[in-house]
Design a protein around this ligand. Structure first.
Ligand code: ACO
Length: 435
């Protein structure tokens, strides 16, 4: 018996088809041969929200959602978070292997070379209203970089792609920091390339009049770990947006802006902001049972809980909890942590959550750390977008080099009216030109 095939019989015709199974999947296009007659278009699959459709083959990130496993290029997230810097992990995600000493030095120097923004981009940012949301400023400004680097449209050239990738990884933290300074009405701080990636980001956020910014090493390391945890997560909503937009051969600045726009939604990266709003609205441990009842009645969602892929504890949430302890030793304990811990305890025991396999995701604890570091909730998703830029770009590069990929264009099942006609007495629109 050939075990690597699927044999299906079409009940409409009685015909039997044998479809190859490769890596646990059949090819949707193999279904098109299944027809009732020669005029039939052929069988399609219907999969709203891509619940069970692989859109690509990828060698970047592995997730086993049932067992709570996350690996970048084969390395467990726990080992990377413990032993690597963010730029090492970025190199790994983009290139497939960890850098050697010389490669790492060269990579860091390339990224540092691209941290400055063109002065016109700075002016562009100045045009936003004082109360503009930082994430919306980030999305628009990354898109605007497309006008500064028109050479980025040569997306079929691998060398050119590499150049734009480094540019984006260098510039996104600068844009992110400028959105923060803009919200506070503070002058922009230029990058300091003596500093490491996360320390330089802190410098651009928080430097005031001191001649040289000295980053607290515990906070800098915590940011670096948070960046590592958020760097990639295979075919999530924003990466899917990156691939869909990239597949039309739009330039990477526009595609990253589209991906960041997808990330901003409250069901995706925007959840970290919503978690903090939820914890603030709960206010104290006494109010938790009433909140949980509203969630179970379907009136509210427990933000930061649940995941399309993880049906177990999100491994990133565990590392974030550990990182939170380190940060609180510097900043003092965030009182929201007690509410979050109690909420988690109740939710993990409650039948509603247990039955649906709802566990804390990456966003449940990250906001509590960001808040302790002094960020307002509207910056949280921006902090997510900085490292995820690496993942988006790795997927974009993989897509552009994949000979099987074409412009992303799903099918639909049309449910509208059959052909119909306008009333015969409806007059034709005629335009006359006066001379
Ligand atoms: N609170 C309460 N109930 C929930 C939650 C939640 N956070 N998440 C899912 N459920 C319930 C649903 O109502 C549904 O119940 P039902 O079977 O009685 O209808 C069941 O669990 C399954 O949920 P779905 O919405 O079908 O799961 P899906 O995979 O489509 O959604 C998602 C995943 C969007 C993450 C969802 O769990 C959610 O909205 N969570 C809150 C927002 C959040 O934290 N998003 C961040 C995700 S991580 C990231 O993107 C970086």
């Amino acid at each position: 018996m050939n075990t690597n095939v699927l044999t299906v019989t079409d009940g409409r015709t009685g015909k039997t088809y044998t479809l190859p199974i490769d890596k646990g999947a059949i090819r949707a296009m193999d279904l098109r041969q299944i027809k009732v007659d020669a005029d039939d278009f052929g069988l399609m699959t219907y999969d709203p929200a891509f619940m069970n459709t692989a859109s690509c083959q990828s060698s970047i990130t592995y997730i086993d959602g049932d067992r709570g496993i996350l690996r970048y290029r084969g390395y467990p997230i726990e080992e990377l978070a413990e032993k690597c810097t963010f730029l090492e992990v970025a190199y790994l995600i983009l290139n497939g292997d960890l850098p050697g000493e010389t490669q790492l030095k060269d990579w860091i120097s390339q990224v540092k070379h691209h941290t400055m923004l063109h002065e016109t981009t700075k002016k562009f940012l100045e045009g936003f209203r004082y109360d503009a949301h930082p994430m919306e400023m980030l999305v628009s400004t990354v898109a605007a970089l497309s006008t500064v680097y028109p050479d980025a449209r040569h997306v079929l050239d691998p060398e050119n792609r590499r150049k734009q990738i480094v540019r984006l990884i260098g510039k996104v933290p600068t844009i992110a920091a400028y959105t923060y300074r803009h919200s506070l009405g503070l002058p922009y701080i230029y990058p300091d390339n003596d500093l490491a990636y996360s320390a330089n980001f802190m410098n651009m956020l928080w430097k005031m009049l001191e001649p040289k910014y000295l980053a607290n090493p515990v906070i800098a390391r915590a940011l670096s770990i948070l960046f590592i945890l958020h760097a990639d997560h295979e075919q999530n909503c924003s990466t899917n947006a990156m691939r869909a937009v990239g597949s039309s051969q739009a330039d990477p600045f526009l595609a990253v802006a589209a991906a960041a726009a997808a990330l901003s939604g409250p069901l995706h990266g925007g959840a970290n902001e919503e978690v903090l709003r939820m914890l603030d609205s709960i206010g104290s441990k006494d109010n938790i049972p009433a909140y949980i009842e509203q969630v179970k009645a379907g009136k509210l969602k427990l933000m930061g809980f649940g995941h399309r892929v993880y049906k177990n504890y999100d491994p990133r949430a565990r590392i974030i909890k550990w990182t939170a302890d380190q940060v609180f030793q510097v900043t003092g304990r965030n009182p929201n942590l007690d509410i979050a811990l109690e909420l988690e305890k109740i939710a993990l025991e409650d039948e509603y959550f247990v039955k649906r396999k709802l566990y804390p995701n990456v966003d449940f604890y990250s906001g509590i750390i960001y808040q302790a570091m002094g960020f307002k909730p509207d910056m949280f998703t921006v902090l997510f977008a900085i490292p995820r830029t690496v993942g988006w770009l790795a997927h974009w590069n993989e897509l552009m080099a994949d000979p099987e990929q074409k412009i992303a264009r799903p099918r639909q099942i049309y449910t509208g009216p059959e052909q119909r006609h306008l009333p015969a007495d409806k007059p034709t629109i005629r335009v006359s030109v006066m001379v």
